[in-house]
Design a protein around this ligand. Structure first.
Ligand code: BES
Ligand code: MN
Ligand code: MN
Length: 465
């Protein structure tokens, strides 16, 4: 497989330049002010697929942002790999915490990325990882080594819940027929410790509004005599966990499966250093559900977090006021056997129940999603594992992630195909945060590993490996 390394060596500067161009487009799906840029980004992805050699490349319109589709069908008897990724990115704010413009990509060296990393919003999540697939495909086309059929489905609404992709998948089952779905939108443990994600969490995301008096009040004239919605909201949120950091919502754990000793041993086997974890985050201690390790807490236990909380006066100086309303955005990450619908209902009932009579509460669910688990005994997992073993010189460890890609469970339900989460990012790449970056090592390693996946998958499919 020398052709892979040679092609990458000869083309790596162009691979980087092309990714940098893609990263200059602020394709923020959450903010309507960037609508043109998101559409423009879809066009650029389309062009890149055509230039890499894909056929039937099209921009599939949806009521929201379009899905870019392309394919290369080389032989009906060969297995088909569906590549999924997203070209939309998270908002870049808080802008003042970036050391360089989020849409002015630059390459800088870091301790973890001595070969350099590209700093830009979307560098790792998911433009950099998605584009590895386009370049790996180009490599296989140009070196005549593609031995599976490929379909690309690159969407523009992942960061806002993939609402329109669901319809698209339901309406295009034939078009999307495949033998495996390959996704690079997750990470590895470290650059010398490859891993494959075998679990994603589900998500239930709520926005709550607590209303006290019908208008903002002078906090001296009324303070102590009426409910302050901010105080009340804080008390309500604080009560959602007990002293063991267990979630107190009625019935929250009803469907959560107990961990077998074997599962716990598997999780404990993945290389993980609590000291390094704490040091990387400048923490003197970690925090979480009693009786579970950090890897268990992130990987297989459901969690609840406030993502934002606001209300009242936050301007310069002091204004003495009792706000009429207080707000919070609260997410719950779900594990197998919990459902988004069930938890959304339980949260709503519970939150209404714990609200004192002195306030009223409004609860609005946002997008959610179901958890996903990938087995390790299927051909697609084996193909990915062997590919990483070849390119990293080490067998990857299966790891359950705390992140969510809600559409993956839907792929399984609608297309009846498992997804392989062969991502190349690092947790320290600051996705969704200021100074997001993606290692050049990771980018090129991804481009190198993907062709091995195709070769392995084809061989396994033919029963040769
Ligand atoms: N790529 C991430 C999810 C991810 C990252 C999973 C790293 C595992 C490891 C994805 O783009 C994402 O951000 N998902 C959101 C949910 C979505 C509905 C906004 C998440 O996990 O918060
Ligand atoms: Mn992503
Ligand atoms: Mn994301």
């Amino acid at each position: 497989m020398e052709h892979i390394k040679n092609y990458i060596d000869q083309n790596k500067n162009r691979f980087l330049d092309e990714l940098i161009d893609l990263l200059k487009i602020p394709s923020i799906s959450a903010d309507p002010a960037y609508a043109k840029d998101v559409l423009n980004c879809a066009e650029q992805v389309k062009t890149s697929l055509i230039e890499a050699g894909a056929d039937n490349v099209e921009i599939c319109e949806t009521p929201g942002y379009p899905i870019v589709y392309g394919e290369k069908i080389i032989d009906k008897n060969k297995p088909t790999v569906l590549v999924y990724g997203h070209y939309d990115v998270q908002p870049a704010d808080p802008l003042e915490l970036w050391d360089s413009g989020p849409f002015e990509p630059i390459i800088k060296k870091t301790d973890i990325h001595p070969q350099g990393a590209i700093f830009a919003r979307g560098a790792c999540d998911d433009k950099g990882q998605m584009y590895m697939h386009v370049k790996a495909f180009e490599l296989m086309m140009k070196t005549n080594s593609l031995d599976c059929n490929v379909k690309f489905m690159i969407e523009g609404e992942e960061e806002v819940g993939s609402n329109n992709l669901e319809e698209f998948v339901k309406n295009n089952k034939e078009k999307l027929t495949c033998d495996a779905i390959l996704i690079s939108d997750t990470g590895i443990i470290a650059n010398d410790t490859p891993s494959i994600t075998t679990g994603l969490k589900g998500l239930s995301y709520m926005e709550v509004e607590v209303t006290g008096p019908n208008r903002d009040l002078h906090s001296g004239l009324y303070g102590g005599a009426v409910a302050n919605p901010i105080n009340i909201l804080c008390e309500m949120i604080a009560s959602l966990k007990n002293e063991d950091n267990r979630i107190t919502i009625d019935g929250f754990y009803d469907n959560v499966l107990d961990l077998s000793n074997e599962e716990r041993e598997d999780i404990a086997r993945a290389p993980f250093s609590l000291d390094k974890y704490k040091a990387a985050l400048d923490l003197s201690d970690v925090h979480g559900e009693k009786g579970y390790t950090t890897m268990e807490r992130t990987g297989i236990r459901p969690t609840l977090d406030v993502n934002g909380i606001w209300g009242g006066y936050i301007g310069e100086g002091a204004k003495t006021v009792i706000a009429s309303k207080a707000y919070a955005k609260i997410s719950m990450r779900l594990v197998p056997n919990q459902s988004d619908e069930e938890i959304t209902r339980k949260f709503t009932e519970h939150f209404q129940k714990i609200a004192p009579k002195s306030v009223s509460v409004k609860i609005m669910p946002h997008h959610g999603g179901e958890p996903y688990q990938s087995p390790t005994d299927i051909n697609a997992y084996k193909a990915a594992s062997m590919a990483m073993e070849t390119t990293y010189g080490k067998k990857p460890v299966p790891v359950k992630s705390g992140g969510s890609i809600p559409i993956v469970a839907l792929f399984e339900k609608e297309l009846n195909v498992k997804s392989i989460l062969m991502g190349f990012g690092l947790d320290s790449d600051a996705i969704h945060s200021p100074n997001e970056h993606y290692g050049i090592f990771n980018y090129l390693k991804g481009i190198e590993t993907i062709p091995h996946f195709y070769a392995n998958f084809n061989k396994l499919y033919e029963g040769k490996a």
